[in-house]
Design a binder for this molecule. Structure first.
Ligand code: TYD
Length: 201
């Protein structure tokens, strides 16, 4: 594969979307062919998931299977073709989110791994580390909260992320997300630099 697949992970409020947007803008300014994407996707399964995420009563197994289905479609339709064209793909969340969030909902991590075997692990995972209080301050600025966006859920998910990180085959880059957005972007860029495809000028 010619491209590079990078995912950004962390609890809600950890600043993934800001970093993804800033990192993609920086890579693009430097001349790298790059695309930004996210999970849940903006496709039909992703949109269904977003409505389900507003409802606490959806069974965790349904969430897990839908996230896995959304991921298969995402991989086949966007990520794989982009990598084959030599692009860098930056995804705001991917498989590790399912391992952390759906296991925090009580599902076995090995089963979650099993239903996600159709999609490979990313080359690099940028994991954003953040104190729960800082994440909650950021989340509380939003009007419509999703079911995971409360303190005890976030604490549980953060613990499950630590276990999930030990299960992935990806290279992990752990960054302190209390840094300013600019410093975080520069730090992320410096960390991924050794893995970037060389630019043909
Ligand atoms: P999020 O990245 O917060 O999207 P947005 O910023 O558009 O609201 O993702 C929505 C929620 O979905 C988030 O709370 C985490 C959850 N999620 C899972 O539980 N499992 C998964 O596999 C993924 C991709 C997300």
């Amino acid at each position: 594969m010619k491209g590079l697949f990078i995912t950004i992970e962390g609890i809600d409020g950890s600043g993934k979307t800001t970093l993804a947007t800033n990192l993609v803008a920086l890579l693009s300014r430097k001349g790298y062919p790059v695309i930004q994407t996210q999970e849940p996707t903006k496709g039909r399964i992703g949109e269904l998931l977003r409505t389900y995420l507003q409802e606490a009563k959806i069974p965790p197994g349904v969430d897990a299977l839908l996230f896995a289905a959304d991921r298969v479609e995402h991989w086949k339709e966007l990520i794989l073709p982009s990598l084959e064209q030599g692009r860098i793909v930056v995804s705001d969340r991917h498989k590790l989110s399912s391992l952390a969030y759906q296991s925090a909902q009580g599902l076995e991590m090995d089963w979650i791994l099993e239903i996600n075997t159709l999609v490979p692990d990313p080359d690099l995972i940028i994991y954003l580390d953040i104190p729960i209080d800082t994440a909650l301050e950021r989340i509380n600025k939003k009007s419509q909260l999703e079911k995971f966006e409360v303190r005890n859920e976030l604490e549980k998910i953060q613990k499950h992320y630590q276990r999930a990180l030990s299960k992935t085959k990806s290279r992990i880059i752990c960054l302190d997300s209390t840094l300013s957005p600019e410093d975080l972007t520069n730090k992320a860029f410096n960390e991924i630099l050794p893995y970037l495809p060389s630019l043909s000028r």
